[in-house]
Design a protein around this ligand. Structure first.
Ligand code: PLP
Ligand code: TYF
Length: 396
């Protein structure tokens, strides 16, 4: 029977890395998958994480199962990091999940099993895995306009028009809290207020994907849009990830946090979330959550983490600026200054599908088909050859 199973298409992003690994071009560059790299081209383990792991080796006393909702100390630290003291803790249920993707999947299962009929509205464009995860859970997806027709700016009017004219009360809306993937274009503080007003007036349930806290302007700054939304609605779901800001990609650590109107509603929803987890993967892996908790419970390690996070953030900003400067210096008026206000790992370059293919085939430079560049994968040393190649495809 297995002979009848058709081959699935490769993941639009991870598939590119497979192609990159097989490429024999000695000058190849992987600017596709959203993974941070340092000046030596490595994805480093943060020093605060190494130290936390050393302590865990000495102090950890069991590998027994965690509870269904994960490590209590991790859940408490995530609540503080994401929500601060804006909301009473007894309205928030935090569950540790296998990565931000696991959080999104648990959230999607919850929406389908508890709140159907419900659809989720996603920005166009959004992370390719969003529709895949939601559809796999049986959650119908719709899109609202986000990127302007110039492909370099956020079109708030179009977004609000779609929300006002197309959504139904009770629908869910997916928002990227910061560092929008794939565009790098976030709403301003005033625009967040308008979005929050519309979300509340249309009685939409926000599902906020917060995968890059600390990669935009800072830990608190990046949470500002989320807090604006939470100040206008009683109920929301927030999916967070420690993959990027702790560099814990392969440890699979994230959280789904549900905000309810009161403590009783929170407890009932929490029990449903736990039932979903139980039927999916039973309980989350310990190690990543234990690392995050060990860092955030220790003032010294937290201070060190903030320094290391700032280093990553500043490096990305430097590389983005350097790319814009170097493109300018190639002559022929290659003005990429629209990239400068973009935040996070990604930048939408405006390159077309054909230009993206040409970069790959002629130069071994891999970026995502939409023209999304992982700025965090750039390198000072290779900046000139990258920009020369981009200039060539723009001029051909
Ligand atoms: N959401 C967005 C927008 C992302 O870019 C990512 C990145 O991988 C995730 C969620 C999930 O992250 P992970 O499952 O690796 O923690
Ligand atoms: O957008 C990215 O590149 C990251 C990493 O299926 C990623 O979010 C990409 C694809 C995928 C899982 C993670």
């Amino acid at each position: 029977r297995l002979a009848t199973v058709p081959t699935a298409p490769p993941d639009a992003i991870l598939g590119l890395t497979e192609a990159f690994n097989a490429d024999k071009n000695p000058n190849k560059m992987n600017l596709s998958v959203g993974v941070y790299k340092d000046a030596s081209g490595k994805t480093p383990i943060l020093n605060c994480v190494k130290e936390a792991e050393r302590r865990l080796v000495d102090d950890e006393s069991t590998k027994g199962y965690l509870g269904i909702d994960g490590l209590p100390s991790y859940r408490e630290q995530i609540r503080a990091l994401v929500f601060g003291d804006q909301l009473p803790a007894d309205r928030i249920a935090v569950l540790q999940t296998p990565g931000g993707t696991g959080a999104l999947r648990v959230a999607a299962n919850f929406l389908v099993t508890q709140l159907s009929p419900i659809r989720i509205w996603m920005s166009s464009p959004t992370w390719a895995n969003h529709p895949a995860v939601f559809s796999a859970a049986g959650l119908p997806t719709e899109t609202y306009r986000y990127l302007g027709s110039d492909r370099t700016s956020f079109d708030l009017d179009a977004m609000l028009e779609d929300l006002n004219e197309k959504t139904s009360p009770g629908d869910a809306i997916l928002l990227h809290a910061c560092c929008h993937n794939p565009t790098g274009i976030d709403p301003t503080a005033d625009q967040w207020k308008e979005i929050a007003k519309t979300v509340s007036e249309r009685r939409l349930l926000p599902l906020i994907d917060f995968a890059y806290q600390g990669f935009g302007d800072g830990l608190d700054e990046d949470a500002a849009g989320l807090h604006t939304i939470l100040s206008t609605v009683d109920e929301a779901i927030v999916c967070t990830s420690a993959s990027k800001n702790f560099g814990l990609y392969s440890e699979r650590v994230g959280a789904v946090s549900l905000v309810a109107g009161d403590s009783a509603a929170m407890k009932a929803s929490q029990s449903q979330l736990k039932a979903i987890v139980r039927a999916n993967y039973s309980n989350p892996p310990r190690h990543g959550g234990a690392i995050v908790a060990a860092v955030l419970e220790d003032a010294e390690l937290t201070a060190q983490w903030k320094v290391e996070l700032e280093e990553m953030r500043q490096r990305i900003t430097r590389l983005r600026n350097q790319f814009v400067e170097t493109m300018k210096s190639t002559g022929k008026g290659h003005d990429f200054s629209f990239l400068l206000p973009q935040r996070g790992m990604f930048s939408f370059s405006g390159l077309t599908r054909m230009q993206v293919d040409q970069l790959k085939n002629e130069f071994g430079i891999y970026i995502v088909g939409s023209g999304r560049i992982n700025v965090a994968g750039m390198n000072e040393e290779k900046m000139q050859s990258l920009c020369d190649a981009v200039a060539k495809v723009l001029e051909s």
